[in-house]
Design a protein around this ligand. Structure first.
Ligand code: SAM
Length: 378
């Protein structure tokens, strides 16, 4: 194993406790990189106006979000997607509707994908309108994450959505960080995410569509895994999610997720109703992780959904792999053939749409002869 970074770094004066205390106290001066951040924020707001007015492919094209859905979506998911869209547009809760339609109490991967796909574009709009709130959140996230980071680290954001939090965080992270990866279950949201990152002038981020319960990466191939309200709708899969994160993670996982245990009775009832995670500390312990700190975030967006940063050290391991795409079924390294990503072990080929690999089990096309010579002999 390369290191035990969290304890070492927190040991040199930057403890999670300190980070927490710091995050509760208003900063005496501008945080590091503040001038650059506020300057970019102003640019972001200015250019957003231009995009709204002129750009037909940009992150704010609301006419696209209103397009009717084809029947194929209903067929694929066995659910009434048009009705789900109506529920969303009339302000109802889509996951509630879909759970009831499926007669189940928990969200599954398809419900989460549909619910978030239907919202695609909404986070980008909200982020441009509420940049100050995101700036304050990103300050707190960066204060907790930064002590865990080392030069050259491979950094993974799971459930990145439209990359709005990531974009605000990125400018606060060291420029000597290594490769940045970000995934979401919804390709549509990543499509907006790409636009948002470009728009904010962020460094390159490798986006990929994936289920965080089946990450298409080999074991111990990422230094830092972080999330912001991504595990949230995965109630019932807390242990599976933490096990998967700790499988790929070498150094530290920092999960900004709501705390059921620290929530009010009203907040808990809401989390129960929406199928949100609970007892993350229990899942972390059961997965063999070491919970180094659980830090409350100031002024959460919704007091009924109080964000806490769970700083986790994975179990010790000597293995280390490179962060190359791996088959979510067989976990072997994927090779590129004719624009697809192919697994020799499973025979599955995964598509790449607008440069974003779709590395979900359900996206794999059985194509066992993809790498064979299929020429008919003369
Ligand atoms: C509340 S949003 C937060 C998005 C982003 N992290 C942010 O801070 O704006 C939750 C995101 O997690 C994603 N998500 C939830 N469960 C997931 C899963 N099992 N696999 C991959 N993504 C998931 C959703 O698609 C959604 O984009």
């Amino acid at each position: 194993m390369r290191r035990s970074a969290p304890t070492r770094r927190y040991g040199c004066g930057c403890s999670p406790k300190n980070a927490s205390r710091r995050s509760r106290t208003p900063p005496a001066g501008p945080p590091k990189g503040h001038a650059r951040a506020s300057c970019r924020r102003a640019d972001l707001k200015r250019s957003a106006g231009v995009r709204l007015a002129q750009d037909s492919t940009g992150i704010h094209d609301e006419s696209k979000a209103q397009r009717p859905l084809a029947a194929v979506a209903d067929w694929r998911f066995g659910m009434d997607i048009r009705r789900a869209k109506e529920v969303y547009e009339s302000g109802g809760n889509v996951t509630d509707y879909l759970r009831q339609a499926r007669g189940q109490s928990r969200n599954d991967a398809e419900i989460i994908e549909i619910a978030y796909d239907l919202q695609a574009g909404s986070y980008s709009s909200a982020a441009l309108k509420n940049a100050d709130r995101l700036e304050s959140y990103a300050d707190q996230v960066a204060a907790i994450l930064s002590p865990c980071l080392r030069d050259g680290d491979v950094f993974l954001d799971i459930g990145t959505g439209e990359c709005t939090t990531l974009a605000h965080l990125e400018r606060r992270l060291s420029s000597s960080l290594g490769r940045m990866l970000a995934c979401d279950i919804s390709w549509s949201r990543l499509c907006y995410g790409r636009a948002f990152l470009d728009h904010a002038g962020c460094r390159p981020v490798d986006l990929f569509a994936a289920d965080l319960l089946h990450l298409p990466l080999q074991a111990k191939s990422v230094d830092i895994v972080w999330s912001s309200h991504a595990l949230e709708p995965n109630a019932g899969n807390e242990l599976a999610a933490i096990e998967e994160i700790l499988r790929v993670c070498r150094s530290c996982a920092v999960l900004f997720e709501p705390s059921y245990e620290k929530n009010s009775p009203d907040g808990r009832a809401r989390m129960d109703r929406l199928g949100y995670v609970k007892d993350l500390p229990g899942a972390i312990a059961a997965a063999g992780g070491d919970l180094l700190a659980c830090i409350p975030i100031r002024e959460p967006q919704n007091p009924l959904n109080p964000t806490h940063a769970y700083v986790i050290r994975p179990p010790a391991s000597d293995s280390a792999n490179t962060a190359a795409w791996a088959c979510p079924v067989a976990n072997d390294r994927l090779g590129e053939i004719d624009g697809f990503l192919y697994s020799h072990e499973s025979g599955l080929a995964y598509p790449v749409l607008k440069g974003v690999p779709i590395l979900r089990k359900s996206a794999g096309v059985l194509a066992t002869v993809l790498d064979a010579n299929t020429t008919i002999p003369a």
